[in-house]
Design a protein around this ligand. Structure first.
Ligand code: UDP
Ligand code: MG
Length: 311
């Protein structure tokens, strides 16, 4: 098998046929297509089955429930036999025709080839959040993920084997494949709108994924807390000096005792500090939760069935 393409599916009944048509046009005989149904409750699987029956190298891994896109990728990686593996979304926002470009770069010897978006259709809040995450992630991780890239990309078998060796549970594969190292190249493309259906990565899922990505690559948020604590303490100290000087001046009769309305100061200080402390404990707690999550050693996904024909 030359190329394995992994496609996660979650409630994609609206686009299965459109998707399959497009894929057939690019598919080659020595490619395998691994669809991972991430616990869809709709007709995704029924819609896909006739296509599975038609083609030898199409296979379906079904999860027992929704485990998330990253785990779908993980299951795909574990099943893939290709010399190179491609991540592709079912909604074809990333054009499958561009896989030819990915492969071309791979054949030049690059071990990771990532699609970089010249444009994306997400606007408004979603677009803003995507951009902010990518900026932040780029800074925190010293660029393991090229700017404006996403899941769409190709990995050589050596990278896949390294990823499979990683025991951690909360992962962001699009980041990890860069972390492994080796030579990397990019191709450019325009990211279009979904071919149909509604977006499946809800804000909640995207936030979880973004936070998983950040915390699995960096402990900088914990450092931010200490820095914030330092800054606040410094201000507190300066303010204390200021208050004490006033008291001193009053004591030596240089300043008249004034009725100082201190309520605002006190409540602002209490509220701000209280808020900061809660955020700080929260962030620490999140890291601790990750440790707990890793230590539990639960499987990250459960396969209900694995259907393939002729493979
Ligand atoms: N997806 C999944 N599990 C989920 C959510 C999404 O497997 O819990 C799949 C979905 O079917 C699609 C891909 O992940 O193939 C990307 O999802 P979507 O297009 O909704 O999000 P985007 O990344 O484009 O914002
Ligand atoms: Mg999409």
């Amino acid at each position: 098998m030359q190329i394995s393409v992994i496609i996660p599916l979650y409630h994609e009944e609206a686009i299965i046929d459109l998707m399959a048509q497009r894929l057939i046009n690019v598919s080659q005989t020595d490619w395998e297509w691994i669809f991972v149904d991430d616990g869809s409750q709709d007709k995704t699987v029924e819609k896909l089955r006739p296509w599975l029956d038609r083609f030898d190298h199409w296979q379906l891994i079904r999860f027992s429930r929704n485990f998330g896109q990253q785990n779908a990728f993980r299951a795909g990686l574990n099943a893939a036999k290709g010399k190179a593996v491609v991540f592709l979304d079912a909604d074809l926002q990333d054009p499958p025709e561009k896989m030819i470009d990915l492969i071309q770069e791979w054949k030049k010897g690059f071990k990771v080839v990532v699609g970089v978006r010249l444009s994306r259709t997400e606007r408004g809040l979603r677009g803003f959040l995507f951009r902010s995450f990518h900026q932040l992630f780029y800074r925190l991780t010293n660029g393991v993920m090229p700017k404006n890239s996403g899941t769409f990309g190709l990995m050589d078998r050596v990278i896949v084997e390294e990823l499979k060796r990683m025991p951690e549970r909360s992962v962001l594969f699009q980041g990890l494949r860069g972390w492994v190292g080796y030579s990397r190249s990019t191709i450019e493309y325009h990211r279009s709108a979904r071919i149909g259906g509604e977006v499946k990565q809800t804000y909640a899922k995207l936030f979880t994924q973004a936070w998983d990505g950040i915390t699995s690559f960096s402990t900088l948020p914990i450092q931010w807390i200490s820095n914030l604590g330092l800054i606040i303490s410094l201000f507190g100290f300066l303010y204390a000096v200021f208050l004490l000087s006033i008291k001193g001046l009053q004591f030596f009769g240089k300043l008249q005792t004034l009725e100082v309305p201190g309520f605002t100061t006190v409540s602002v200080a209490v509220l701000c500090l209280g808020g900061v402390q809660l955020i700080a404990t929260g962030i620490l707690g999140q890291y601790l939760a990750r440790v707990y999550h890793e230590v539990k050693q639960r499987p990250t996904y459960i396969v209900e069935s694995h259907e393939s024909r002729g493979v």
